[in-house]
Design a protein around this ligand. Sequence first.
Ligand SMILES: [Zn+2]
Length: 73
Amino acid sequence: MNDIQTPTLEVDEARAPLTGLDRCDSCGAQAYVRATMSSGTLLFCAHHAAKHREALEPVATVWHDETAKLHER
Ligand SMILES: [Zn+2]
């Protein structure tokens, strides 16, 4: 008997904190937003996240936004 479904790792990964190694797919700057979609994952800096958010957020399964970090200090 082993009917317990393992939690989907994808969701955990979609919400994992971004690091300085994560780079914007548009310009290569440090990424502060991860858009996870059924077709894949895109990383954006704050600038490109703002630029693409309107188009991508409605189709993203997870819109992980850490741009608040930019204002912490
Ligand atoms: Zn960028």
